[in-house]
Ligand binder design. Structure first.
Ligand SMILES: [Zn+2]
Length: 429
């Protein structure tokens, strides 16, 4: 049986063609691309025909920076957001009034699906500024009728103070920061389970299975942990919706067409795993047709317990930047994180350091232990050594390479606010 995500999205063909023609008419770079590839747009007659169109890459969006790939005049733009630009210039995305309305509807939809209600008190603990995350939720949920506490990221003790004082019921944050809040609350003598939080909405980083488990333990069984997935290029959160069964992200086909391509050949693939390619359906400033996202995802074609039969994103395996190549072996950060968190004596704070020695790759992983062993204690030192040995052996049998693994005392790794960088690659220096 041929499984192809596109076959589930036939209904979107006419909307897709509308967006395609709009992009072609309003963007000279796209027009050139279509002419170069000798494509007749009227030959797109069924949904699978769209695979004949060229892929767009992030590089295309940088043409005539920053406005080159916009399909509207700048006077129509009411808001800018941007990517972090850690590897170069940030990608700046403009929004028209219509784009913001589209985004608000989408974010309200995903929040409703997560169980957020109009009377919820929502604390937004993600960085405000150029990123899409905080403002997406702020705009949408305020319109929806929620009460917003815009605490942004950092200053954790204050975050907990507001949570307690204003009876926060929904916390929007990243998985690692949610864990950090829990740790700080514990130090303050507060059990986070005693507060009013009923929904933990996490995003901006991968939520691995093990991390979900840890969060559930920390915040209590009753708290719903709902993840969101998105990227600045596609307006922010909303690319996937988690239903109450939390068994993969449902595709948001109201706004997007989803496909998978082989990450190397960039050809359409019928496999479950591949690079996610997104087309927008309603965008005005930055319509995207077959945008290669760089994210490797796994699709699940089984029927969800909620009754929805359409495929869903089972897991985002990793962004291409989260892929580590060491001694020729490819690993994704989420695989390493799952490996670490399977061990009860490891916390979720860790750092991976890559170096070279005489042209050979070396990998070191420092993980904060749950035990405080800062003081000399022979019995504890022996226990830590045994745990390190076990981790090294298990790592070798899981990934096939040696990594030096060190357990360090709690709170000895530097804390980062916002998107946490776990990989320190010093090989290029
Ligand atoms: Zn479902």
């Amino acid at each position: 049986m041929i499984i192809n995500a596109l076959n589930y999205q036939k209904k979107n063909l006419s909307r897709f063609k509308k967006q395609l023609n709009y992009l072609y008419d309003n963007n000279k770079h796209y027009q050139e691309k279509i002419i170069e590839n000798n494509i007749d747009l009227s030959s797109i007659k069924k949904i699978t025909d769209i695979t004949r169109l060229p892929l767009l890459t992030k590089q295309d969006l940088f043409n005539d920076y920053p406005y080159g790939f916009y399909s509207t005049e700048t006077k129509n733009i009411v808001r800018y957001h941007a990517t972090s630009g850690t590897t170069g210039k940030p990608l700046i995305v403009g929004f028209t009034k219509h784009d913001l309305i589209t985004r608000n509807k989408m974010v309200i939809d995903i929040c409703k699906k997560a169980g957020i209600k109009k009377n919820d008190v929502v604390q937004i603990c993600v960085g405000y500024g150029m990123f899409t995350g905080a403002f997406s939720f702020h705009d949408a949920l305020e319109k929806y009728g929620c009460t917003i506490i815009p605490t942004s990221s950092g200053n954790t003790e204050k975050q907990i103070f507001y949570m307690k004082t204003l009876h926060t019921t929904v916390l929007i944050t990243s998985p690692s920061y949610a864990m950090h809040i829990y740790e700080v609350a514990k130090e303050m003598g507060i059990d986070i389970k005693d507060l009013n939080i009923r929904i933990l909405k996490v995003g901006s980083e991968l939520l691995t299975k093990e991390m979900r488990k840890r969060l559930q333990e920390a915040y209590g069984k009753k708290v719903v942990i709902s993840q969101d997935y998105g990227m600045t290029e596609t307006m922010g959160p909303g690319l996937g919706i988690e239903c109450e069964y939390c068994d993969g992200l449902h595709l948001y086909t109201k706004n997007f067409v989803y496909e998978l391509v082989d990450p190397i050949t960039k050809m359409p693939t019928n496999k479950n795993v591949g690079e996610l390619v997104i087309s927008t359906l309603h965008n005005e400033c930055l319509p995207l047709i077959r945008y290669a996202t760089n994210d490797i995802v796994e699709l699940d074609y089984t029927k969800c317990k909620c009754g929805n039969k359409a495929p869903r994103i089972k897991t985002v395996i990793g962004r291409c930047d989260d892929m580590i190549k060491c001694k020729g072996v490819k690993m994704f950060l989420c695989q390493i994180e799952d490996f670490i968190l399977k061990n009860h004596f490891c916390t979720s704070n860790y750092e991976i350091i890559l170096t070279t020695e005489k042209y050979i790759d070396k990998m070191k992983i420092e993980i904060e232990s749950i035990h405080d062993f800062a003081e000399k204690d022979e019995k504890m030192t022996k226990k830590i050594e045994e745990q390190e040995k076990r981790l090294i052996e298990e790592f070798k049998s899981t990934f096939g390479i040696y990594a030096k693994i060190l357990l360090v005392p709690p709170n000895s790794l530097k804390r980062q606010s916002g998107k946490v960088k776990r990989i320190k690659d010093l090989r290029k220096l």
